[in-house]
Design a protein around this ligand. Structure first.
Ligand code: NAD
Length: 346
């Protein structure tokens, strides 16, 4: 995903000497609705690095909301600094900056910012979503993301193996965190076999005990004989070094930015591997939070989860079009997301 400053509707730099706040709010697009995206607090090495992250992430949110059919645009904010810099005053100040944008940008959780922090931010602005434990809150997004990835994996299997049943298929799962454990529950019920890894050996042990997975080393995951490779840890795990080792017929997982470069999408296609584009398959958490503010009557778990199940249709549309147009699915997903934004601007 290339970045050009001209692509962004509004970028706000927020500086406050008293609290030490240094933040950036990037609004990529409001063509489809308010720019929604979490706030990340990270110890960036430089302001440039923070800006690049804010821009990249906000653009990603536009694509994720658009491909998922949500009437939301894309935004993201970053607060510069280590977690030790976090104070109630700094967070409240950030809330004031969010409030100044009058709802153009709506914030939520991301790395380094949790529900107690959102509560502080909310003392200064109503434009906050996803506070666990609050009445009508959508709560923890991980089970919703897991449900969506599972549905998208089934749709990918239908294209790769002719049936959406995962029974008897072998899934190589990279990363056994919050989303993966949600997926393991669905996969175990369906009778899929899972080979899993994590940098934390305790998580492998837990998954073995709870779901009978086969554990392997962190590097070994790429070499497994499997039907589906499922990246559920960090980004860029599908790259020039790892792709030749991946023996799966499909790639479907929860991680963001799975493809290290745009070009690798073409390589994936050339190798006959079906790829479920990351921001389409992992949108369940965002769709869940959408029900908190954009659906009449407020949040309802069953309604939200039946909406999230539609990720299967989205993946089916992307893979069908990719086949018809002989294009990488990553390119098709981008085009579909961009078309919806363009049509909304007309
Ligand atoms: P998590 O932090 O709970 O789990 C990630 C796991 O990956 C951890 O157990 C970590 O130890 C492991 N890990 C890190 N590096 C690894 C490596 N090199 N090899 C193997 N394991 C490694 O995170 P999560 O909430 O489960 O999210 C998983 C992925 O999905 C992340 O990329 C996240 O950005 C993405 N995602 C999550 C959500 C959500 O709702 N939580 C929504 C959209 C996308």
């Amino acid at each position: 995903m290339s970045l050009s400053v001209r692509d962004f509707e509004q970028v706000t730099f927020c500086n406050d000497e008293k609290t030490g706040l240094q933040a950036i709010i990037a609004v990529h697009s409001t063509a489809l609705g308010p720019a929604v995206g979490g706030c990340r607090m990270w110890d960036y090495a430089s302001s440039e690095e923070a800006l690049t992250d804010a821009l990249r992430l906000s653009k990603g949110m536009t694509y994720k909301a658009s491909i998922s059919g949500l009437n939301w645009g894309g935004g993201k904010s970053v607060i510069v600094g280590p977690a030790s810099k976090k104070t109630p005053e700094l967070l409240a100040k950030f809330g004031e900056f969010v409030n100044r944008l009058g709802g153009v940008y709506v914030t939520a959780k991301d790395v380094g910012i949790g529900s107690p922090d959102l509560k502080q931010i909310k003392t200064k602005t109503p434009h906050v979503l996803g506070i666990d434990g609050e009445a009508k809150s959508s709560g923890d997004p991980s089970p919703a993301t897991a449900w969506g990835v599972y549905q998208g994996m089934k749709a990918t299997a239908k294209h790769a193996f002719g049936t959406d049943s995962l029974k008897g298929l072998t899934i190589a799962m990279q990363g056994l965190g919050a989303v993966s454990f949600g997926m393991l529950e669905h996969l175990a019920k369906e009778g899929a076999k899972v080979i899993g890894t994590d940098i934390d050996p305790a998580k492998i042990e837990k998954a073995k005990k709870q779901y009978g997975i086969t554990g392997v080393g962190v590097e070994e995951i790429y070499d497994q004989t499997c039907d589906i490779f499922s990246p559920c840890a960090l980004g860029s795990s599908v790259n020039v070094v790892t792709l030749p080792r991946i023996k799966a017929k499909a790639i479907a997982g929860a991680a963001n930015n799975q493809l290290a470069t745009d070009e690798i999408g073409l390589e994936v296609m050339k190798r006959g591997i079906l790829y479920a584009p990351d921001y389409a398959i992992n949108a369940g958490g965002l769709m869940n939070i959408y029900h908190e503010s954009m659906v009449d009557g407020g949040y309802n778990h069953d309604r939200a989860f039946s909406h999230i199940a539609k990720i299967a249709q989205t993946i089916d549309q992307i893979l069908t079009r990719a086949k018809a147009e002989n294009l990488p699915s990553s390119v098709v997903a981008d085009r579909m997301a961009e078309e919806r934004v363009k049509n909304a601007r007309r």
